[in-house]
Design a protein around this ligand. Sequence first.
Ligand SMILES: [Zn+2]
Ligand SMILES: [Zn+2]
Length: 189
Amino acid sequence: MLCPKHPQESLLTGQMVEGLKAHQCPTCNGSWVTAEDYQTWQLSHADPSRTINSLTVPINRDVDYQPSRYDNRAGLCPNCGFYLVRERINLQKIAFFIERCPGCRGIWCDDGEWAVLDQLGLSAYVPVLFTDEWHSYVRNAEAEFRERTATAEKLGSEISEKLFELAKLLEEHPNGDFGVAYLMRRFEQ
Ligand SMILES: [Zn+2]
Ligand SMILES: [Zn+2]
């Protein structure tokens, strides 16, 4: 198998973590994991009762990580030659891509990417990251994060925390709309 980022380099057999076989490039330190190897490892590492909504959205995470300089390079699957599909992972200050083959579903991580996914608690849920459901969950969480950040900038952290808490209480209360109407009346005057 050849490296997706260095087609002149053969991948060497190693491991991603204990119990997960990987094929690694000696030049870029990227790793290829076959779908079969990943699924076997995933069985004992993913919690089947976890829903998408309980996974971490990385947007507000400040992870100490410098993306590999090969991260932006498109690559071909070392197994079947398809172009790898890139999935953008947005962190607070940086973003990087993990890649997956649309044919054989093998996964490519550039140097260091697996460690970040692991830190975020996402390494056992990689296939989820390529779904529409995840994309819309992330979009909503990112919009909410931006809105909260902007609100905290205007009101200060103390008042904004109280506001978020109140909003949540009203949202969960069966007569919460009375509270919202009260606030609106106060501001109409
Ligand atoms: Zn390489
Ligand atoms: Zn493939």
